[in-house]
Design a protein around this ligand. Structure first.
Ligand code: SF4
Length: 324
């Protein structure tokens, strides 16, 4: 199998006051090598929980089903030792808030060098590699920043330090969860350019989790659209954004002007997002869908192919183009 990571019917249940809540419900997609996949959806769509399941950071009490196939292993079933090796090494994560993810009591160099020290490298070699990692993450004059603490960095520089930390284990897959949401607009653009450059130059696979379609359009080769814990649509980014095959994707695209040239004005998404705890029967999108009819209220649509590499979970996808 050439796929780097394959999610097969991933399920995540979280304990709730009224019983378990299925926050990820049968999610399947793959992340091929040297490819960026954008995982997009509104709050409560299950995108962050999907990323957390991959890296093994689910909350206490969470239970899982399906499979996460990674280099011949199912990450949901490997032993603790193998999971530790995968997490932070083969798969590394860039978090939304680097201030929360970085240790405030340790210098940036100490934190970035931690993984390298575990490999038994001597002090000079660790220092040399840390400088190189900070440089690759776009931190100017990295040798002069080694003794800085996280609070001495700006928000953008902290995110760059987080990226250096993620690269320290020489990962094959980077998970980036809303990596630019906490930053101002000009810094966002620079960090996105940096992530794209690193992904391309180092041949990494990347899963970019975002609620912002513009971010995904800018960086991702493929996109997976989630709604209420399920995949609504997936396929090549250009195809999905230009010819959406799910009314939810269509509404997301229309809510952002300039994504599609024919749309001059933004149209806010109608209605309130469904949540996993309050998921409507049938198609979870039906209360908000302009194409909904009786079948949609009772029958959950299966994810099906509408073109090579283009998949949708809509009974009536073929009608969407007629409504444009
Ligand atoms: Fe809309 Fe029905 Fe398609 Fe769901 S299955 S997106 S409700 S048309």
């Amino acid at each position: 199998m050439s796929d780097m990571l394959e999610l097969v019917g991933l399920v995540v249940d979280l304990p709730g006051p009224g019983g378990a809540v299925r926050v990820v419900d049968g999610v399947s997609f793959d992340i091929p090598p040297a490819t960026t996949v954008g995982l997009i959806g509104e709050s409560g769509s299950g995108k962050t929980m999907t990323a957390n399941a991959i890296i093994g950071l689910l909350p206490d009490g969470a239970t899982t089903g399906g499979a996460l196939c990674w280099r011949g292993d199912d990450l949901l079933r490997v032993d603790r030792r193998r999971r530790r090796r995968v997490r932070g090494r083969e798969i590394a994560m860039i978090f939304q808030d680097p201030l929360a993810a970085l240790n405030p009591t340790q210098t940036i160099a100490r934190q970035v060098g931690e993984i390298l020290r575990r490999d038994g490298l001597d002090r000079d070699e660790v220092r040399r590699r840390v400088v190189d990692l900070l440089d690759r993450a776009g931190i100017p004059e990295p040798a002069r920043r080694l003794n800085n603490y996280p609070h001495e960095f700006s928000g953008g520089m902290r995110q760059r330090a987080m990226i250096a930390l993620a690269l320290a284990g020489n990962p094959a897959l980077l998970l980036a969860d809303e990596p630019t949401t906490a930053l101002d607009v000009t810094v966002q653009a620079r960090i996105l350019r940096l992530l794209r450059t690193i992904q391309e130059s180092e041949g990494l696979a990347m899963l970019l989790v975002s609620h912002d379609l513009r971010v995904v359009a800018h960086v991702a080769h493929q996109v997976v659209v989630m709604y209420a814990g399920r995949v609504a649509e997936r396929g090549p980014t250009a195809t999905v954004l230009r010819r959406p095959a799910h009314p939810y994707t269509r509404a997301l695209v229309d809510s952002v002007p300039a994504i599609r040239t024919r749309t001059a004005l933004a149209h806010p998404l109608p209605g309130t997002p469904a949540t996993p705890a309050n998921r409507p029967a049938g198609c979870a999108f039906h209360p908000r869908c302009p194409l909904a009819r009786e079948r949609c209220r009772t029958e959950q649509p299966a994810v099906r192919s509408v073109a090579p590499d283009h998949w949708t979970a809509c009974h009536f996808a073929e009608e969407i183009a007629d409504r444009v």
